[in-house]
Design a protein around this ligand. Sequence first.
Ligand SMILES: *Cc1c(COP(=O)(O)O)cnc(C)c1O
Length: 468
Amino acid sequence: MTHADKHQQLRDLPGVDHILELIKTDDRFFELPRKVILESIRSVLEKIRQDILGETHPKIENKDIIDQSLELAGRKIKNRLFPVINATGVVLHTNLGRALLCEDALENIQAISRSYSNLELNIATGKRGIRYTAVEELICELTGAQSAIVVNNNAGAVLLALNTLAQDTEVVVSRGELVEIGGSFRIPDVMTKSGCRLKEVGTTNRTHLRDYEQAITEHTGLFLKVHASNYKIEGFTASVGLAQLSKLGKRKNIPVMEDLGSGTLIDFSAYGLPPEPMVSDSIAAGADVVTFSGDKLLGGPQSGIIVGQKQTIDRIKANPLTRALRIDKLTLGALEATLKLYRDEKRAIREIPTLRMLTMSHEQTCKKAKDLQKRILKAVDTAARVELADLESRPGGGSFPELKLPTLCVTISPRDMSVARLEKHLRLSSPPIIGRIEGDRYILDPRTIQTGQEEIITTTLEKILLKK
Ligand SMILES: *Cc1c(COP(=O)(O)O)cnc(C)c1O
């Protein structure tokens, strides 16, 4: 095409207004905001202009411009955050939103956000109240702590506690505990941001009480222990227990803090899982302050819970940073409802999705897997090999390092398609289905598939594999 031809073609392009007039007769027009349609028409026309100037020779009909614009507008008004089906078996999957909320939490969120609430009103006195009152007593009851406060997340909790207790002082930490949690949370960096100076003691594999003791100077402000959430040091190792460190802290008048990471309110070893540190144990061991996440093993909304001695928590509450990290009413409502279930452990296990999935018995996963296999086989016939395999799910979310839970999974090997392609199709379906690939098999792990999602998985697979 010559230069002159191109310019003629550009001049022949319809204007935005002309396309808009034409679109007004389309049914889809009424479902879309006018502003979004206009933006979409402009984008589509701009793309065509670029194509004309480039080496592609687009054939442009008004009908195509209208279709493309409406399609683009349709995509623009869709939510960018939407539900997906987690078939990975990773119960606490940070990329997939971590903990699922229990029904009570969802109901409470609706109740307190449809209506005004007593968020910061003391109903008894008619005066201003404190938002944390809703959960503080409950947290203390469940952990044995004297006092508690909740902030945006555990990273915020660590930042706030360090800043309150140890700004401009040295914080003593074992070299074996200078961890990085996914998503760029590194203990040394948080330390710097809190205004503290890190004083490393011991070695990566071994730290002794005398290491802490010898590190004490007039500048020492805090002993910090960090739970190695996502890794494990094995072999020739030694570390100092929280109780021992707390004793030293009391003797030397140095407060002791523990970042528990996940932390739990129930004893997982009673359910055949390895013991994960319980918040109540850390309190009983004498820590001045303990921080943990609301949306890891606790199974509640994203939040960071700080528990400890009243005196210490009072100082944290008075820190202006607390206001910057405060939780909103939705979080508070969800957290209160979730925590309440812990008063009856059996009920907590049954109703808090995280606990239910983690404690799911092998028989239960077998039953779910066999049922899913049967449905899929019936739907896809010979388009894929659909089998059962003894594999392992991982809890995720920085809890239970190295733990693998034996699970019967459904494996799919398509006949006329690569597994990579199948994975991509499932991921791009609506709702997206997220599983994993192992070798030449696509794996569906029943542990994290919720009731009712088997049907969606089956029909989606049928569509993809039989190209319906
Ligand atoms: C997960 C984790 C954090 C961060 O908690 P968030 O709630 O994700 O902010 C901090 N410390 C440890 C040890 C953790 O495991």
